[in-house]
Design a protein around this ligand. Structure first.
Ligand SMILES: *Cc1c(COP(=O)(O)O)cnc(C)c1O
Length: 303
């Protein structure tokens, strides 16, 4: 027997109650800890890529190619999977405009044995094609952010299992490409919970369309999509004082949030509690998607 996911079961992460923080907010707060999956520097990319790995049949000696920002959780997680199972990993990275130099991310990719190019965004597709052509290995080009049907399916399974443990009024999750949110929407369909994706970057129209596109892969594009774009706070990889305050509020309770993803989602939850969108006394699941490296890199300049 090999790994914990050999049977295709959802990867295990804790489902916790947070009574002290919940009381402060006037809700019954639970947290699904995908930031504590049994994997280095975990988050939702572990679930997404584990599913993609099994679906595509990555094998030792294969070459995995993908793209993302220099500090991308997807790329770091892919490099970790590759190192673990013996696949070569080549990443086509773009330099995100800068709140940080991503020194730790670059060091990790190097130590994991991944190779990478840093190119302007308009050269990404051609660079990926050239890297695939140049290799004599079996090549898997993994979509950026692990935006794949297998990844949506992994979140569907995880959400179904989680919502079978307890009934929730609302589920709140950080939403980027929308695959994680779409999976949770699918897995929550029978439970009746409202799933709110809090955007980390995209405006509502584009973001909701992307979630719906993922749902269409599962013939479920008529499912209810709530995509809240009120907390993007400057856009992807940027943030201001309100995200910062949400991040610090989490940490002050021992809940590790980050300013790129989970802090924006938590800010969304705080606002929905304040304006009554989430009713007092509701049972709310905050689905924690990771982001510890984003936090560390964003705070590395603080004294
Ligand atoms: C990638 C990521 C997300 C967004 O996931 P999508 O499936 O693209 O919506 C949320 N949180 C963290 C920490 C991430 O790394």
């Amino acid at each position: 027997m090999s790994t914990w996911s050999a049977m295709g079961e959802p990867l295990p992460s804790p489902l916790e109650t947070w009574p002290r923080l919940g009381d402060e907010l006037g809700i019954e707060l639970w947290v699904k800890r995908d930031d504590l999956l049994p994997f280095p520097l975990p988050g939702n990319k572990v679930r997404k890529l584990d599913a993609e790995r099994r679906s595509a049949g990555w094998a030792p000696g294969d070459l995995l190619i993908s793209n993302g920002g220099v500090g991308s959780n997807h790329c770091r997680t892919l490099a970790t999977w590759g190192a673990r199972i013996g696949c070569a990993v080549h990443l086509v990275l773009h330099d995100e405009s800068g709140e940080t130099d991503h020194a730790a991310s670059r060091a990790m990719l190097t130590d994991l044995g991944a190779t990478f190019d840093v190119v302007p965004p308009d050269e990404i597709a051609a660079t990926i094609a050239a890297a695939a052509d140049a290799s004599s290995r079996r090549v898997h080009v993994v979509p950026g952010g692990a935006h794949t049907p297998a990844a949506v399916g992994a979140y569907e399974a995880a959400a179904r299992a989680t919502l079978a443990e307890a009934a929730f009024d609302d589920v709140v999750v950080a939403s980027g490409t929308g695959a994680t949110q779409a999976g949770i929407v699918l897995g929550a369909q029978e439970s009746g919970a409202r799933v709110v994706g809090v955007s980390v970057a995209r405006r509502a129209e584009r973001g909701a369309a992307a979630v719906r596109e993922c749902l269409a892969w599962f013939d479920a594009d008529d499912a209810r999509v709530v995509f809240d774009d009120a907390h993007v706070d400057g856009g992807y990889g940027r943030h201001g004082a309100s995200t910062d305050a949400a991040v610090r509020r989490g940490w002050s309770h021992g809940l590790p949030l980050d300013p790129v993803y989970t802090g924006k989602a938590f800010n969304g939850l705080l606002t929905m509690v304040a304006d009554g969108t989430v009713r007092p006394g509701s049972r709310v699941l905050f689905w924690h998607t990771g982001g510890i490296v984003n936090y560390l890199e964003s705070t590395s300049h603080r004294s």
